[in-house]
Design a protein around this ligand. Structure first.
Ligand code: SF4
Length: 695
């Protein structure tokens, strides 16, 4: 037995990418914990710690596979890496020769490492780089851009220094980001109040000082009531608004009818409690974080929910404030040079995007686009045909509504490749599966992280892969070599890292001490007066000039959400601390922690239907799709909602621990791919009704 060594790395069990350190003995990872030099304080969530079980699990793709049966039939030919990469490269060459490079689509799960993916897409000449965000956070991103002119990650949530934290469309204690949880708990321990607004009593709500259980789909109305109280009770920060806000008078006029009494009738909260909340916020301002949300692909007006969260923060003077939403710093703000971008190895393609972002939808952020709209080009050939699709760690068949409709759209693809470290519905329906090494067995490119203290960080390989998998850089550089993209055909990870670090004054040796390199000695809070906002007015905009130019009203009248038809429920979904959507449900350790999901049904509704706690029920969509699931009968969910944790109801025969456990919410959303928020771009996944019957 050799002595234990410790390797600094980065978790990959969810998109947060926490800094970790891995104990390695005899060439195998034996323990994972949070990086002791980071705000994780050695802590980690259950999923991150379950990476060793993932690494050793034989129930994942073990070698490259090429489909031999029909798509989804599960018939494969195991091939060598050379054969797999030759096959994909030859197919891409043929498709690009016939339809042009623009016919190639890529999607991933975003995060800090896409520079390599974007470089690959630029190299082949396609503008169609996308990520998963149309089914996640695009509404927040666009909400931020429409109010403050920059993306959501350009401001931090200063939870540790906050005096009041408001969680709405953000369940911080279950949809976990370890550093954020630690910061929120430190803030609460230091006296911060916590307010939770949700359709169910989640774990975050169990720690709240104020909890509002509101009617599903009424968050925009709730926020308008709060804005009304802040303005008409004189509780907002007048000096800040005068100096930094544009469009305040229009906002004041707009919210006039949306009184707290009106909001109470709409949401089910009491008017007194809404006014009291506004007073509490005013007393804590500017050290208030009204979280604008994370996974917000929910309602037709979720974009407005995100926007009004930013607006409330602005009225309280929290944007740019310590304890609020201070602006983060990139390397250049602290006098340092940033990483050299791999995407800059190639010119930006001049073609317009297949999803319409940037031309048909000029208000949207062109970075990761809207992948659901790019799928339409496969079917219609407009604005041009999309024929090849590479899915990197992304499972759209589980992440998006109506998977059968999506499979039909993909039928027009000549090539569908899944690069993945676990089985997924998308991998099962692909033409080629390229097994990605787990985060314990691969390196990644260096990433830059903006923050109050910006840093560079890197993922090191803690052990060699247990099965025949490869790192993302090995797969992409291997394809680049075969496609003649010589600048991206790096032979070693060191060559790649050295390219990125040119001119930064940092060497790869500098990451040895802590696993990351801080670019500043202490947090830098830049005062609002020093911030140049790239909005058309140069100020925080209550009405977005950019969206107005695209013909979109950013203070639209509130539309009351439809109530479910008699005997039905509005479907709602969310997260739990021990799983990351569908891709951890078959993990040996995490499956033990939570093997199946349950359907939360209000006690009064369950009684009407003769359903008792623990009964097996069938939940069915209006089109007839159904799933079997146990009922969880509780007072802690709104009577109009039926809630379940997302990611269950697996059907793949290769996942023995997950198959047949619980129900899949996304399969109960017929036509859901066509239902999206035109303001913010996200799919509206909670605009569906379901019925329930006892089995
Ligand atoms: S939150 Fe958990 S799963 Fe996600 S990166 Fe951090 S440790 Fe890993």
């Amino acid at each position: 037995m050799t002595a234990t060594k410790s390797v600094f790395s980065v978790c990959g069990m969810c998109t947060v990418r926490c800094p970790i350190q891995v104990d390695v003995q005899d060439g195998k990872a034996v323990r994972v914990q949070g990086n002791e030099f980071s705000p994780l304080k050695k802590g980690l969530c259950a999923r991150g710690a379950a990476g060793i079980a993932l690494e050793q699990d034989p129930e994942k793709p073990q070698t490259p596979l090429i489909r031999v049966g029909e798509r989804g039939e599960g018939k494969w030919r195991a091939v060598s890496w050379d054969e797999a990469l030759d096959y994909v490269a030859d197919k891409l060459k043929g498709i690009m020769a016939e339809h042009g490079p623009r016919s190639v689509l890529w999607s991933d799960r975003g995060g800090p490492f896409p520079d390599l993916h974007q470089a690959f897409m630029r190299g082949i000449g396609s503008p169609n780089y996308c990520n998963h965000d149309a089914s996640c956070a695009r509404n927040v991103q666009h909400g931020a851009q429409s109010v403050i002119g920059v993306g959501r990650k350009m401001v931090a949530y200063d939870l540790r220094n906050a005096k009041h934290i408001i969680l709405q469309t953000r369940n911080i204690m279950e949809a976990i980001n370890v550093a954020e949880v630690n910061a929120a708990l430190d803030g609460i321990a230091g006296g911060a109040k916590l307010t939770v607004i949700d359709i169910r009593g989640n774990v975050s709500a169990s720690k709240a000082d104020n909890f509002f259980l509101i009617r599903p789909g009424t968050d925009y109305g709730f926020n308008l009531g709060v804005i009304h109280a802040l303005i008409y009770e004189g509780l907002y920060n007048k000096e800040y608004v005068e100096q930094f806000v544009d469009g305040f008078e229009q906002l004041k006029e707009f919210v006039k009818p949306y009184t707290p009494e009106w909001a109470a009738a709409e949401t089910g909260a009491s008017a007194e409690a809404i006014v009291d909340l506004a007073r509490q916020l005013s007393a804590a301002a500017p050290s208030v974080v009204w979280h604008p949300g994370w996974m917000v692909a929910r309602y037709n007006d979720s974009f407005q929910v995100c926007r009004t969260a930013y607006i409330i923060n602005a009225l309280l003077g929290s944007i740019g404030a310590k304890g609020g939403l201070p602006f983060v710093n990139a390397a250049k703000e602290v006098g340092r040079k940033g990483l050299k971008k791999l995407a800059d190895l190639f010119p930006k393609p001049e073609e317009k995007r297949a999803d319409g972002v940037g031309w048909k939808y000029p208000q949207f952020d062109g970075g990761p686009g809207l992948v659901n709209l790019a799928y339409d080009a496969i079917v219609t050939g407009e604005p041009y045909p999309v024929k090849a699709y590479l899915c990197f760690r992304h499972d759209p068949l589980m992440a998006m509504p109506d998977p059968e409709a999506l499979k039909k759209k993909w039928a027009g693809l000549d090539l569908l490749v899944s690069i993945t470290f676990s089985w997924s519905d998308t991998a099962w329906n692909s033409d080629v599966v390229l097994p990605l090494s787990t985060y314990l067995a691969r390196e990644s490119i260096i990433a830059g992280k903006s923050g109050l203290k910006p840093q560079f960080f890197v993922r090191h390989r803690a052990q060699e892969p247990t099965f025949d998998s490869k790192a993302d850089w090995e797969i992409i550089c291997g394809l680049a070599k075969r496609l003649g993209l010589d600048p991206l055909a790096f032979e070693t990870i060191e060559d790649l890292w050295n390219y990125q670090l040119q001119e930064t004054g940092v060497s790869i040796e500098d990451f040895k001490a802590k696993g990351f390199v801080e670019l500043a000695d202490k947090p830098l809070y830049r005062p609002m007066s020093e911030i140049k906002l790239p909005t058309p007015s140069g100020k925080i905009e209550m009405l977005s000039g950019k969206w107005a130019k695209a013909g979109h009203d950013t203070l639209p009248p509130y539309v009351s959400p439809a109530r479910p038809p008699q005997g039905m429920f509005r479907i709602a979904f969310g997260r739990v601390g021990v799983h990351t959507q569908g891709h951890t449900v078959n993990n040996p350790l995490l499956a033990e922690q939570m093997p199946e999901n349950v359907a939360w049904i209000h006690t009064s509704r369950a009684a009407e239907m003769g359903i008792a706690d623990g009964d097996l029920v069938e939940v069915f969509s209006v089109r007839g799709e159904s799933g079997r699931i146990r009922a969880f009968v509780t007072d802690c969910v709104h009577p109009e909602a039926l809630f379940m944790v997302h990611g269950f109801g697996h059907k793949l025969p290769v996942e023995s621990r997950a198959i047949g456990k619980g129900a899949a919410d996304h399969e109960l959303m017929p036509g859901g791919l066509e239902s999206w928020d035109k303001g913010g771009g996200c799919l509206s996944m909670q605009e569906h009704f379901v019925g329930v019957r006892k089995i």
